[in-house]
Ligand binder design. Structure first.
Ligand code: APR
Length: 235
């Protein structure tokens, strides 16, 4: 049976693909205050601004390419049972070929009902050809169509399936997250005792996980290359 590697990824994973992190930019996400574009209050206050913000981000996403870090995670599926638990709303893990990805904070390529974001009937998958949402567009239930994004203060329904994956880890790898935002940041605590934990981040991480871990102090691509060497994995 293949060993299981669980990855927990954050904004730093996609930096080398042209996206910015959340913290370290004066609280701005792609030049907007995070509370304005990623909170329930922000959505209620100005749904047009929020809709246009995600339209802009989505257009950027279609142009973006996965980096070597994303590609190595996908390549590991040859020899390992790989699960990716990501806080990112981009689809770069999937684009690189990863087949088991859990999005904790939603998906940029989807829109949904603003009454019940998880009502499957009203979740729409957007494509590069049909990417922009005209502000004011309604979902099938008559509510405003909203981005399929977990806004600050909302529950994280994918936490449970993610925790179930973490519990089965033989190896746990954290990449590019400041581990500031709960409950996602707590997922490593579900890994079995004694499970080796690696942290890939070019900077010191102040909210480092409890217990023993190996910090590979590099960016996602170089860090993944080093991890693969440590695992004896050749692409
Ligand atoms: N490779 C890997 N990590 C990097 C790179 C890189 N090239 N560049 C920066 N980093 C690291 C930073 O040092 C930092 O530790 O990525 C981390 C990014 O942290 P945050 O900006 O806090 O992003 P993240 O932890 O994903 O944020 C969590 O907060 O705003 C919410 O919902 C949003 O999912 C997001 C959540």
């Amino acid at each position: 049976m293949k060993k299981k590697i669980v990855f927990l990824t954050g904004a730093g994973m996609s930096v080398e693909s042209g996206f910015k992190t959340f913290r370290g930019n004066d609280g701005l996400w792609e030049n907007y205050p995070v509370e304005q574009v990623a909170s329930h209050e922000g959505w209620e206050a100005d749904p047009t601004l929020v809709t246009n913000f995600y339209n802009m981000l989505r257009r950027k996403l279609w142009q973006a390419e996965p980096n070597e870090g994303h590609r190595l995670i996908a390549a590991l599926e040859r020899d390992y049972d790989v699960s990716v638990l990501t806080q990112n709303v981009d689809n770069l893990h999937e684009k690189a070929g990863s087949t088991h990805v859990i999005h904790l904070h939603g998906e940029l390529t989807k829109v949904c009902s603003s009454i019940d974001p998880y009502d499957e009937r009203y979740i729409q998958q957007l494509t590069p050809e049909h990417s922009d949402v005209e502000p004011g567009t309604k979902a099938g239930d008559g509510s405003l169509l909203r981005p399929f994004i977990v806004f600050f203060g909302e529950s994280v329904p994918m936490l449970e399936p993610a925790a179930r994956e973490a519990m089965k880890a033989d190896i746990f790898v954290i990449i590019g997250t400041s581990l500031n935002v709960y409950p996602a940041a707590g997922l490593v605590q579900y890994a079995p005792q004694g499970c080796p934990v690696y942290l890939i981040d070019p900077d010191p991480v102040f909210n480092a996980p409890n217990g023993k871990f190996t910090h590979i102090q590099k960016g996602a691509s170089e860090g993944m290359k080093e991890l693969c060497e440590k695992l004896g994995f050749k692409k």
